[in-house]
Design a protein around this ligand. Structure first.
Ligand SMILES: [Zn+2]
Length: 309
């Protein structure tokens, strides 16, 4: 969250009256003193505490959130309210509420664990498009979590110009966290055969023998997925690309015809690409997997052009 770190330093400067360069110097000194035991985000929070900047009572913007931050207070608009889910795991059961909240700087998924908070959704006091205030939340895997120590309530404030685009961070693979929306430059180092499956054209769920559980007999769509491994030198990660994106990588014939696929695969292996997507936990294996939603070959001319801006 490089951009968020910059935002955090700006926030500390604003609330302490010191220059940004002065704050950065203090952070570097703190990190040096702790001999690499603390991240620069962590050091920034220590400096904030030393300067008596109390996040407890301050509202921050979504873009200022950094990993490890506690006692987060913010106001945002609910742009996507998800249905309440029930869980039953290891003898514990309960409900989970979740939604995406947005402000003028970014957006983030919020997860509610407390029954009293979830009841506010059930009763419609917390609703789609509603502006809410959150007090004392923590950040976990790139999501905001509210426990029984947190507060949530409807706010009278209005928020204009909310940011709806998913924030994309540029990161090394070794720094990928679950649920991150990231972009990275990496090489394709291994590629498997495409796999095919069928979906219902109405609900896009799996259809077996042209039968959808919900819509009965349908003419199912044939879809493909391709698994490959990307590596950027810091780490490697198993990735998956589905039909729509896959068709931007290769032609339909190359996807369907094993011989043509073999030629294309040979061409792609070892190629450096800019990959964008979301890091997801594969529930079957418990490891992280990269769901690719954008992919392009590294264009050196374009990169240089951007660096010169
Ligand atoms: Zn269906």
């Amino acid at each position: 969250m490089e951009g968020n770190y910059v935002e955090l330093v700006g926030f500390i400067a604003e609330n302490s009256g010191l220059e940004v360069s002065e704050i950065e110097r203090k952070i570097e000194a703190k990190q040096a003193k702790l001999a690499g035991l603390i991240s620069k985000e962590g050091a920034a929070q220590v400096i904030a505490a030393e300067l008596n900047i109390n996040f407890d009572k301050q509202e921050i913007k979504i873009k200022q959130i950094v990993p490890g931050m506690r006692k987060i207070n913010l106001t945002g608009k609910i742009v996507n309210l998800f249905p309440i889910r029930e869980y039953n795991k290891n003898g514990r059961s309960g409900r989970i509420g979740s939604f995406i909240i947005a402000d003028e700087t970014s957006n983030i998924r919020v997860v509610l664990w407390d029954e009293n908070h979830i009841e506010l959704i059930a009763k419609g006091e917390i609703k789609q498009e509603g502006v809410i205030e959150i007090v004392n939340a923590t950040i976990r895997n790139g999501e905001l979590h509210l426990t029984s120590f947190s507060e949530i309530k409807a706010s009278g404030k209005a928020i204009d110009n909310i940011v709806m685009e998913k924030p994309t961070l540029t990161k090394k693979i070794s720094e990928f966290n679950a649920n991150d929306n990231v972009s990275s430059r990496a090489f394709i180092v291994q590629m498997f055969e495409p796999r095919f499956f069928y979906t219902c054209p109405e609900c896009r769920k799996k259809a077996v023998d042209n039968q959808c559980q919900e819509h009965g007999r349908v003419v199912a769509d044939k879809k493909a997925l391709l698994n490959f491994v990307i590596d950027d030198g810091s780490d490697s990660m198993r990735s998956v690309v589905f039909s729509e994106q896959l068709e931007k990588m290769m032609t339909k014939d190359e996807i369907e015809n094993p011989e043509l696929f073999a030629v294309k695969k040979n061409d792609l292996l070892g190629k450096e690409m800019i990959v964008k997507g979301q890091v997801r936990v594969n529930s079957l294996f418990g490891n992280n997997e990269f769901i690719i939603n954008g992919l392009e070959e590294v264009n050196m001319d374009k990169l240089i052009e951007e660096l010169e801006k």
